[in-house]
Design a binder for this molecule. Structure first.
Ligand SMILES: Cc1cc2nc3c(=O)[nH]c(=O)nc-3n(C[C@H](O)[C@H](O)[C@H](O)COP(=O)(O)OP(=O)(O)OC[C@H]3O[C@@H](n4cnc5c(N)ncnc54)[C@H](O)[C@@H]3O)c2cc1C
Length: 375
């Protein structure tokens, strides 16, 4: 019995073919440079990688969330920074599809479908885990809002053409005074400092600066005061996607480690002949398989319209932690060669770390789970 339907298998194979042809040959070079391979991103547009989650009614491919996560696992198993570029654009899509009016969904869908990336701007220097501490303001001025503030660590911050921004519309209301807006770059959004990251270096992460950026009030997503709820809904779905990325990285690390263990000879026999190595590989496989099941379970709950808050946080935290452990063990199996940039496993270890940090750190996932359990 296959874990996947025929349709899912053909999606996986389409993505694998694309990655092998367009990204794998250049990824080491772009990892060194710390740059987004824009030519490959544009080729990704041709096969609709920016449209996977956008519903068909708004010009997208409209995959189920399960299928979407399966595709994300496949992308990440080849290159997690490249998949982050599209995944982060989808965070903006998620926000508009969750909170937007029919008109906003159509507008945003058309914009993305023309071959543009989006970005989701929540984090600020004092507002990471404490997301409600946002200080960027959106002040009403006639039929417009004027935005001021700086967001940090924004994926696609330097390359997106459209942003979903969480800003304060009423400071006196605390978390209920946050609102979400669609903001086109053409309205005067500036990109600031680019992060020189140690992992997912094929993705772009920058500050995003709003200095008297004027937007029409029709760009407000939903009602004033609903921004925090919108952001949390976006992140809940995004967490399952993060789990998929972490599973993809694990899969790749395990394949490399198992192959290496069969060929590396010490004391006259392959290192794979040692039970110590076999058990390490078996534990890595247990982590991959169980994290994938948790990720698929959360995605299916989401597709079924069930409450998937605990499952999403559990999948993200578990897969992220497992990916870190599995990639560290893969480096261990490669010995000194694992520590060298000449071999591919150190990159996987660097890339894996982000899955314990973004879209809510794994400590915050545990807080979310405990909060839901103890409510
Ligand atoms: C590469 C990258 C891409 C990103 N992309 C985006 C993006 O596209 N959009 C966006 O809005 N943001 C993005 N982020 C931001 C990311 O979501 C935040 O970095 C993350 O939520 C953590 O916030 P922080 O960095 O401020 O850490 P802090 O909140 O300062 O946390 C520091 C440490 O303290 C722990 N901690 C904090 N509070 C608690 C608590 N109550 N209990 C226990 N432990 C706690 C944290 O788990 C962490 O270990 C990105 C970050 C990175 C690194």
């Amino acid at each position: 019995m296959s874990l996947y339907t025929e349709n899912q298998l053909s999606l996986k194979s389409m993505v694998a073919d694309f990655m092998k042809k367009e990204v794998v040959p250049i990824m080491a070079e772009y990892d060194r440079k710390g740059e987004v391979p824009m030519e490959a991103v544009r080729k990704g547009f041709e096969i609709g990688l920016h449209l996977l989650e956008l519903p068909e009614a708004y010009g997208g491919i409209g995959l189920s969330y399960e299928d979407y996560c399966i595709v994300q696992e496949e992308l990440s198993s080849y290159e997690a920074g490249f998949s982050t570029t599209f995944g982060a654009s989808d965070l903006a899509v998620k926000a508009v599809m969750n909170a937007g009016s029919e008109e906003q969904k159509q507008y945003f869908g058309d914009f993305i479908a023309q071959g543009h990336l989006g970005a989701f701007c929540l984090t600020e220097p004092q507002a990471g885990s404490d997301a409600a501490a946002v200080r960027t303001t959106a002040v009403r001025d006639g039929d417009d809002y004027i935005l001021n503030g700086t967001k940090c660590f924004i994926t696609n911050g330097g390359i997106a053409d459209i942003f979903v921004v969480i800003a304060v519309t009423d400071k006196s209301k605390g978390v209920k005074g946050l609102s979400a807006f669609i903001v086109e770059r053409s309205r005067g959004v500036k990109s600031g400092k680019e992060e020189d990251k140690f992992g997912i270096r094929l993705s772009n992460t920058t500050d995003v600066i709003f200095e008297d950026v004027r937007i029409p009030s029709k760009n407000l997503l939903g009602q004033e005061g609903r921004g925090f709820i919108t952001a949390m809904k976006v992140l809940e779905r995004g967490r399952v996607n993060c789990a998929a990325g972490a599973v993809g990285i694990m899969r790749h690390a395990i394949e490399l480690a198992a192959d290496y263990a069969k060929t590396r000879v010490t004391f006259g026999k392959p290192i794979a002949a040692n039970q110590g190595i076999q058990f390490m590989l078996a534990d890595m496989k247990i982590a991959e398989e169980s994290a994938r099941q948790l990720m698929l379970y959360a995605a299916r709950l989401c597709d079924a319209g069930e409450n998937f808050q605990i499952a999403a946080s559990a999948a993200k935290a578990y897969a992220g932690d497992c990916a870190m452990k599995v990639t560290t063990d893969a480096v261990q199996i490669f010995g000194g060669y694992g520590y060298s940039r000449e071999y591919p496993v150190e990159k996987l270890m660097r890339d894996a770390k982000i899955f314990q940090i973004y879209e809510g750190t794994n400590q915050i996932q545990r807080s979310v789970i405990a909060g839901a359990m103890l409510k």
